[in-house]
Design a protein around this ligand. Structure first.
Ligand SMILES: Cc1cc2nc3c(=O)[nH]c(=O)nc-3n(C[C@H](O)[C@H](O)[C@H](O)COP(=O)(O)OP(=O)(O)OC[C@H]3O[C@@H](n4cnc5c(N)ncnc54)[C@H](O)[C@@H]3O)c2cc1C
Length: 458
């Protein structure tokens, strides 16, 4: 939608084809028992005050011509990285808090931490270059193993498509957007934010068709000439932008030689393996005793080392993210309070259960693992799961089903196309697989790619 707004703003005829019946992709919403539940939103990264004109968030809003006053931003209270019985670090939208926490809990490391931050400030994550190991980079500055693991925990959870290690460019983007800029939520729900974008797009005469998936990309030589939709309609175009993902877009070429032209990378290598199981709990207000610490998000890890990879079991309970969407400044008044819990998950095992001839197996597996998750989370935040009004759990299979991200890969392919270019003159990759991360990242990606590749054609 960001790409659409940017393009339509210059008077071009733009059509968005969206496979799902709703906008938002990985960050959408659904209804249960008459209540709107968000599929993804914990917090939006890249918070910036209005006076910081060069900050990604403010640049983005200017490019989309959305006045900042139209978005009421609620900043996080404080968030925390907890390695129980080892250490904890709190952070907020004031980077100084994290620095003081490192100084307090890792006094021998604060000089190293600040030196690393200075080096990260100088790093341009968008210049094309081969992957560099973020773990090696961080180890070259921080000698304390526990501190290293504690920093990787939120950074990987909030954006790494790689297992174990990650590309330094991605680390830099996430370090800045989570720790140096910070977390916020817009007032209302994700539906309100999507509605704002959709309205802006329509105001610029952009067109959108929902439940209209692209089944095939049609090409001649080095050019895309159009697409064929699920309804069998053929639509011609001068330029095509795909936010479906890198391997997902590759699959839309019927002819093998066109797919090879699009990307020479073996498909198996490009499909991301990181996915999650997430549970949403709506609790009676009395459970608010859990909220006394005023945390917005808690990233926990039970072991000394933080292991970030597709687990061998259905869910990895050793680590997780606990999000309190009500704990932002000016939290909304409601009869219930919400907790979201996210764990790394194994796509294959959930798919097996989903396809089992015993149709109850998938559901039973969800109930079993959610129960075990509640036990562990209860030990970290206090047992507040007694007064559940409603709960829902989704798995990598759910994510794949509603977003068409292969294997429910939440952060897309580990291979990012930083310049957005493909083997075709007029086809560009935008969003997660271009390498910008999260909600602000995907919006920025849309704007940047249109600026770089498309506006110069008109
Ligand atoms: C559980 C969860 C929690 C998250 N929490 C946060 C958070 O708190 N903060 C944050 O910043 N980010 C969060 N994210 C990540 C964020 O949602 C993504 O980074 C962002 O949505 C990526 O946007 P995108 O446009 O690249 O891709 P997507 O969101 O995947 O959008 C791609 C769109 O393309 C459509 N599509 C796919 N194939 C076709 C086709 N063939 N034809 C037509 N349409 C097609 C899909 O339906 C989808 O709408 C979360 C994600 C998940 C799953």
């Amino acid at each position: 939608m960001a790409a659409g707004i940017r393009f339509a703003r210059f008077g071009q005829k733009v059509l968005i084809l969206e496979k799902h019946s709703k906008a938002g992709g990985l960050n959408s919403y659904y209804y249960r028992k008459g209540r709107l539940l968000e599929t993804g939103l914990h917090a939006i990264t890249n918070y910036a005050p209005p006076e910081n004109k060069h900050a990604p968030l403010n640049r983005l809003l200017r490019q989309l011509k959305i006045p900042r006053r139209n978005l009421k931003l609620r900043q996080q209270l404080t968030s925390e990285v907890v390695f129980p019985e080892r250490a904890s670090l709190t952070f907020s939208n004031d980077f100084g808090l994290l620095q003081s926490q490192v100084a307090l809990h890792f006094p021998d490391s604060i000089g190293q931490f600040n030196a690393m931050k200075d080096e990260l400030d100088r790093y341009d994550p968008f210049s094309p270059r081969p992957k560099i190991s973020a773990r090696k980079f961080v180890s070259s500055f921080l000698s304390d193993k526990l501190l290293r693991e504690m920093l990787f925990c939120p950074i990987m959870f909030y954006g790494s498509s790689d297992e174990g290690d990650m590309d330094l460019s991605q680390f830099v983007i996430l370090f800045r957007s989570i720790f140096q800029e910070g977390l916020f939520r817009p007032e209302g729900t994700i539906k309100d934010l999507l509605g704002l974008l959709l309205q802006q797009y329509k105001d610029f005469a952009g067109e959108i068709e929902f439940s209209s998936g692209v089944e095939e990309i049609i090409s001649t030589d080095n050019k895309i000439t159009g697409v064929r939709t699920r309804k069998g309609e053929k639509i011609r175009c001068d330029c095509l932008i795909s936010t479906a993902g890198l391997p997902e877009t590759k699959r839309l070429f019927a002819a093998a030689d066109s797919a090879a032209k699009f990307s020479e990378l073996p498909e198996d290598n490009t499909c991301g393996r990181i996915s999650f199981v997430e549970s949403i709990f709506l609790l009676e207000k009395s459970a608010s005793k859990c909220f006394s610490q005023g945390r917005t998000i808690i990233f926990y890890n039970l072991n000394e080392k933080f292991t970030y990879r597709r687990p061998d079991k259905a869910i990895d309970l050793n680590s997780g993210v606990i999000c309190f969407p009500d704990n932002f400044v000016g939290g909304q008044e409601d009869n219930t309070i919400q907790i979201r819990v996210t764990h790394l998950a194994n796509y294959d095992l959930w798919l097996q259960a989903y396809n089992d001839t015993d149709k109850s197996r998938y559901q039973t597996m969800k109930i079993y693992w959610t129960g075990r998750s509640k036990n562990i989370i209860g030990k970290i935040i206090g047992n507040c799961f007694e007064n559940i009004v409603y709960e829902d759990t989704f798995t990598p299979v759910t994510i794949e089903r509603y977003t068409s991200r292969l294997q429910g890969a939440v952060y897309g392919s580990p291979n990012k196309v930083k310049d957005g270019k493909t083997g075709f003159d007029n086809l560009y990759i935008v969003g997660t697989d271009q390498g910008y991360l999260g909600i602000v990242g995907s919006l920025l990606s849309g704007v940047t790619m249109v600026n770089q590749h498309i506006l110069n054609r008109i």
